[in-house]
Design a protein around this ligand. Sequence first.
Ligand code: 3EB
Length: 330
Amino acid sequence: MVQAGENAPAPQLRPRAPRVSYRHGTAQAALGERGTLAVFGFGAGAAEADDPRWLGVPLEPFDTPAPLEIWQVDADVAHGRDGALRWACGGGWLYLALELDEREHGGPAGTARRAYARLRGFLARCPQQRVLRVWNYLGEINHGEGDAERYKQFCNGRAAGMGDLFADGYPAATAIGHHAGAHRLQVYLLACEQAGMPVENPRQLSAWRYPRQYGPTPPGFARAMGLPAGDALAISGTAAVVGHASAHAGDPRAQLGEILANLEALLANAGMPAGFDTHSPLKAYVRRPADAALVRELLQQRLPGVPVLLLHGDVCREELLVELDGWRYA
Ligand code: 3EB
């Protein structure tokens, strides 16, 4: 019988959640720390790093200099590239990132299809097969009328490319529009060897059940994902959607109030403590720069002490002006 070596890590049935935090400093320093799975910089001003765990996210921060977002696990991390795909893994976790140029893959649908097929192909060869959380950033997300809207085309392509990847349940997700060139599609994800616990929101219809008016392919995502050890909740992009309808068109203050009600309902449904704290990194995606100050002020009032990264991003329905996502640790 083969014995595990003395130095082999103890098998982690349910690995602890990666720690996600915002921090000022250099990417090099963060990448040099043991256990760093990924480091994100935001906007055109972010410094580059030549490491597959580094990703420049094409969303401009409203508060500069913006911090880095850092993901860390309790283990040594291996990393590399496979064509355009960048990966890092350790402690039962896998980070994958891919950026494709729509000009090479036939627009938003073809590119989303290609991206998800590529991620699926890579994941098939990994022990970390459970995709728990995905972020999608695409350009000109609301351009095009009706079913030709680019977000709806993206949804078509994503569904075609994912194949059976999410047959056991959709991951939590975010899909936001950026302003850094219409052709750039960026997708990154967190996967685990163990399954998570998808959480829906009783105030909202599950997205995969959205009626036809929102497009031919309903978006496949869970409202949140409890991580395998039950120590964190990954919260999907949450907008002022009640049932399936957009609420408070044109009113960022009322939309934010609805979002906070959605988040509280989600935390309660997940069995997490109410509210957010200083270890709950959130992002606020704001469509109109003129609304950023209001959103900042309201969040400081309603979520005092909570780290919120305020980013210029377009929500996937034109009438929605703000969206939040992030993490709640138990
Ligand atoms: C909503 O509630 C807002 O297409 O992956 C939120 C999170 C939204 C993820 C996605 C879309 C997505 O429908 C939009």
